[in-house]
Design a protein around this ligand. Structure first.
Ligand SMILES: *Cc1c(COP(=O)(O)O)cnc(C)c1O
Length: 413
């Protein structure tokens, strides 16, 4: 079967029910942006929202805003909106801190659920911060807690009576491989192991149903598919059944039952509020809320359908138009097993990515050899996919990537 022509692709864009959303983002002219899985585009409504929070809420209302502009409830208000995207209840999600810090919180929570268990389990090649946080907790425990990493396909077999938590990223950041959340969670529960899902590449990209899967905890980023802006605050999900069992290791004052009692003794707040720590960044949460509202308006089912079609088209066009250049797919061939991205191995991956970025197609590179392209169905068009593949083809045919300027690695790849 041959891939569609550019005319057919333009017809698809015209018929796309989500095509109106692109105009609600700032997209630089001529740029094909396939990196919304690292940093989502700027919603056009965000600058005005931030300006209002700065000038009016901060500038004029000042400290009163904690009450009058509901700043104090912002982490719960936006958390509830994200809950609707990931199959959680409104009182099970809160915005707080970064994903890394939230990983620490939920790992330490799992260690409290059954004190006889002392192994934190994950897969080799998981996103580094998840694994590093496990190693930090092991060090902090003075030898009680161990970190164990196994090959991705051996995770289920490694579940045992020592495991205190299984931490997995649902959509793998490099390969895009998507885990069956319900099946993995069930297998872990059969062995008495709680599961933490890192949803950094899932939230806003694929429909997630945490409660239907009986998940225990989850975390995820606000700056990727949720379009919350660079370093946007993260979210944390804890299943209601665990709330009262956890004495937060990061027992900050805003997770206290009565912060304004200024008591000498920490008493955890009831429910999800105990997973808050210190004063939330209101400017950043305001930006995140704009991004989350756009995703919620589009609806996860429609986003997923288009996302699958975008990544399928990319893989088909790469197979048809770039087959002689040595790209080896690194992602599952079946879109049902793939998140909203496509990735390829190539020995010259870094230089090729730099060369296509110089021609206005932005993806990213993940060591040692992966070119990664994210598809954000809110603003990416089918024509963007065509442009990206044509640019890759030209860079390969002209061997433009051999230029010395594309060889040296910058700090952020
Ligand atoms: C992007 C990403 C993170 C990032 O964590 P930060 O604390 O925001 O730097 C964590 N986990 C996964 C799986 C990611 O893809």
């Amino acid at each position: 079967m041959s891939a569609p022509t550019l005319d057919e692709i333009r017809t698809r864009d015209a018929a796309d029910p989500l095509n109106g959303f692109r105009d609600r983002f700032v997209i630089p002219d001529g740029l094909v942006y396939l990196d919304g899985n690292s940093l989502g585009c700027l919603p056009k409504a965000t600058p005005d929202r931030i300006a209002d929070v700065v000038a009016r809420e901060w500038g004029e209302d000042l400290i009163r805003s904690w009450n009058t502009n509901d700043w104090i409830n912002a982490p719960r208000r936006v958390g509830a909106k994200i809950a609707g995207l990931i199959g959680a209840n409104d009182d099970e999600v809160v915005i707080a801190d970064s994903t890394s810090i939230n990983v620490f919180k939920v790992l330490s929570a799992c260690l409290q659920l059954d004190p006889k268990r002392s192994v934190l389990l994950s897969e080799r090649g998981n996103f580094p911060t998840d694994v590093y946080m496990m190693q930090g907790l092991s060090a902090l425990s003075g030898g009680r807690v161990a970190t164990r990493l196994v090959e991705p396909d051996d995770v289920i077999a490694a579940l045992d009576s020592d495991a205190a938590a299984l931490l997995l990223t649902q959509v793998h950041y490099k390969t895009g491989r998507m885990r069956d959340m319900a099946a993995v969670t069930k297998a872990a529960h059969d062995k008495g192991v709680p599961v933490i899902w890192d949803l950094s590449h899932s939230a806003g990209a694929v429909p997630v149903d945490l409660n239907a899967s009986n998940a225990d905890f989850a975390v995820g980023c606000g700056y990727k598919y949720l379009n919350g802006g660079p370093g946007a605050p993260a979210f944390l999900f804890a299943a209601k059944r665990h709330h009262e069992a956890v004495f937060p290791a990061l027992s900050g004052w805003l997770g206290h039952e009565a912060p304004f009692d200024f008591d000498d003794t920490y008493r955890p707040a009831p429910g999800i509020d105990r997973f808050q720590c210190g004063t939330p960044g209101i400017l950043a949460i305001s930006a995140l809320e704009v991004g989350v509202d756009l995703i919620a308006e589009a609806g996860m089912e429609a986003l997923r359908e288009k996302s699958r079609a975008l990544s399928d088209l990319f893989l088909d066009l790469m197979a048809e138009r770039c087959s002689e250049y040595g790209f080896e797919p690194a992602c599952p061939a079946d879109s049902a097993e793939r998140g909203s991205q496509a990735s390829f191995h190539h020995e010259n991956g870094y230089a090729i990515m730099q060369a296509i970025i110089a021609r206005g197609v932005i993806g990213d590179f993940r060591a040692p050899d992966i070119l990664r392209f994210g598809f954000a169905p809110l603003y990416n068009r089918f024509e963007d996919v065509w442009q990206a593949v044509e640019t890759i083809r030209t860079v390969m045919a002209e061997e433009a990537w051999r230029d010395p300027q594309f060889q040296s690695r910058r700090a952020v790849t």
